[in-house]
Each structure stands twice: as C-alpha cells, then as structure tokens.
Design a protein around this ligand. Structure first.
Ligand code: ATP
Ligand code: MG
Length: 328
C-alpha cells in the first residue's frame, strides 16, 4: 500500500490546487446564477444589557431558485435571526445577503418596504400573528395587494378578487372566504396565512416554525400547502422547523449550529433496475471560503477527536484522523 505522500505525488493534484478548487466551489459568485438567496459571512451581534450575543457568526448559505429547503438547528442556534434578516425585518451587523437580486444591506427605507411587500412572504409560528382579527380570510388575502396599490379602479379590483380566489383554491380554503380568524382552526389560519404571504406573488416564501403550534396531522396538511406553493406558484420556500417529519420530506435540509451553516442533508429519489423507487439520503458538511469545515459532533465523539486532528491528502479525498501525537 502506498503512503498518503506517495499517492499525492503519483496521482493527485497538489494540495494548493485542491484548495483553490475548493475555494472556487465555495465562492458565492460560482452559485449566483440561479440563486434565490445568497448569504456570505453574515454576522448579527445583539447587545443586551452590556452583553454581546453573536447570533450569526459568519453564516454562508446559497439557496437556488425554486428550491424547498428546511432549516434546522438547536434552540438559540440563530435560525430566527437569519429568517428575520432575510425577511427584511432586521439588518445584519456585517456580511452580505442577497435575496432575489436585492441587496439586504443597501436598501433604503422605501426599498425595504417594497421588498417586504413584493419580494418575500413571511409566516410566523403564532397563527394569530399572521392575520388581522377583524378581517375575513378573503379580506386578509386581498390586503397586501391593496397596500401595494399599483392598479386601482375596477380592473385592479377584479384582478385582486381573481387572485384571492386562485390562492384560496390552490390552498384548498375556498369555503372559508367569509370567516374571521377566530372562526378558523389553527391549521386553517396557517393556510390563509400562506395565501396572504403569496398574495403579491413574491419569489421567496419564508416561514419560521409554521407548524409549531399544530398537531402532526395538521402539520402534514400545512406542509403540503408549502409544497403546492413551491410547485404550482414557483416560489422558493425556506421553512425553519423542529419537526423531523417536515425536515425528512424536503430535498434539502440545512443545519445551523452556533450561528453558522454546519451541515446539510440532500435527498433524491433513485430508481433501481427493477423500477423500485427509494430515497437516497446523504449528509454533507459545509466548506467555507477559508477552507474550514465543521465536522459532525457524533463523528468526532465516536473517534475521540478533539483540539487537533491529522489531515492527509489522498487521490480523491482528504483523510482526517485522530491526533496520533496527542500529548506532545
Ligand atoms: N433581540 C435580541 N436581543 C438579544 N439577543 C437576541 C435577540 N434575538 C435573538 N437573540 C439571541 O441570539 C441567539 C439566536 O437566537 P434565535 O432566535 O435566532 O435562535 P433560534 O435558532 O431561532 O432558536 P429557537 O429554535 O429557540 O427559536 C440566541 O442566543 C438569542 O438569545
Ligand atoms: Mg426561533
């Protein structure tokens, strides 16, 4: 068997070449075409009573147009902080974030308002927070279009009514048009909330724990509504969730740890030679622009790795081993 060094010399590209390739691949520029969301070294520091909390610590994330992505992570890992920045409700301390071509750090107050009305839809966990209590479901859905108010007059009103009906049909809430939120179940309220968020046909839909207050059966129905919005209305959808069922059903699940994207799971359906379909699942860790990776805790623990590891370059992979000189 050849040593790692021999293999490096004989067959592999140099470490420098590999590093350059990796950096090019991790550069957001390489992904920008077709990307709905690009975050680069995003930082958000909160100062509360003299204590600084680094909620986002150089987060990098690229989400392609038309994707349906679940965002998971422990409590306090920065999921809501990220989502409120992407929704235009909060501004990052440093880094860059672009959503549907809009630079979230450069927007004026007016642009930010337009961004929140037309570019992103947002759904909160608390069902009551998403709807105005004194308006019916149909009026709630029409409101964002009225606030946008580009086309007034009979033609505009007709278009709005048609759009409300179209959304209600797509989300299967057609019979609820005249009910007020307190006459709707939690699940029905969330489906109306999705229609409200999609009223102005934004390219991106964000939801923070949208099924957090619902039982699992209702959560399944809501999740199906997100799929509909993604598939039929063409929106890029990002859902923060603790629900393993939701996370298990999307093609891509991104995990956030300590304010950074740490790993992701990609799923694809494969068909074998007998025509049998199965879901192929693979976990990836993120490689940032400086070449840093965050290894899964369970891997590190199972091999007792900490502080320092030995890294060797092989022909087509990199080997990470426990530090054999520990204690020296
Ligand atoms: N307005 C704020 N002021 C001070 N600290 C904040 C503020 N908002 C969030 N934080 C802190 O930032 C960190 C990330 O919070 P965030 O709400 O993004 O977590 P999360 O991943 O959404 O958690 P959960 O799953 O519990 O909703 C936490 O340590 C939190 O205490
Ligand atoms: Mg949260």
């Amino acid at each position: 068997m050849s040593t790692p060094q021999e293999r490096t010399v004989a067959e592999a590209p140099s470490l420098q070449e590999l590093q350059q390739r990796a950096l090019a691949a991790a550069s957001p520029k390489a992904h920008d075409a077709g990307a709905a969301i690009v975050c680069d070294r995003l930082v958000r520091i909160f100062s509360a009573e003299g204590v600084e909390v680094q909620a986002l610590q150089g987060l990098e994330l690229t989400i392609r147009q038309g994707d349906l992505v679940a965002l998971v992570g422990a409590s306090g890992s920065g999921k809501s902080t990220l989502l409120t920045i992407l929704a235009g409700l909060d501004v990052p301390t440093a880094g860059t974030a672009t959503v549907a071509g809009c630079d979230l750090l450069e927007m004026s107050v007016k642009e930010r308002l337009r961004y929140r009305r037309e570019v992103v839809g947002f759904i909160w966990q608390q069902t009551a927070r998403n709807l105005l209590p004194f308006l019916t479901a149909a009026e709630n859905i029409a409101l964002p279009m009225q606030l946008r108010g580009r086309r007034s007059g009979a033609g505009g009103a007709k278009q709005q009514t048609a759009r409300v009906a179209e959304l209600m049909e797509a989300l299967e809430i057609g019979g609820l048009a005249h009910r007020k939120p307190n006459e709707l179940s939690g699940g029905q309220q969330q489906r109306v909330a999705i229609a409200v968020a999609m009223a102005n046909n934004p390219p991106v839909l964000l939801a923070d724990e949208p099924t957090g207050e619902l039982d699992s059966e209702t959560a399944g129905i809501i999740f199906e509504s997100f799929r509909t919005v993604n598939r039929e209305l063409g929106a890029t959808v990002v859902i923060v969730t603790h629900d393993p069922m939701v996370a298990g059903e999307v093609r891509r699940t991104v995990a956030i740890r300590d304010g950074r994207t740490a790993s992701e799971v990609l799923r694809r359906t494969v068909t074998d030679e007998h025509g049998e379909e199965s879901v192929n699942e693979r976990e990836y860790v993120m490689l940032d622009r400086s070449g840093r990776v965050q290894l899964p805790v369970k891997f590190l623990e199972s091999l007792g790795m900490e502080h320092r590891v030995a890294v060797d370059l092989a022909a087509d992979h990199i080997e990470v081993r426990p530090d054999d000189l520990a204690g020296h």
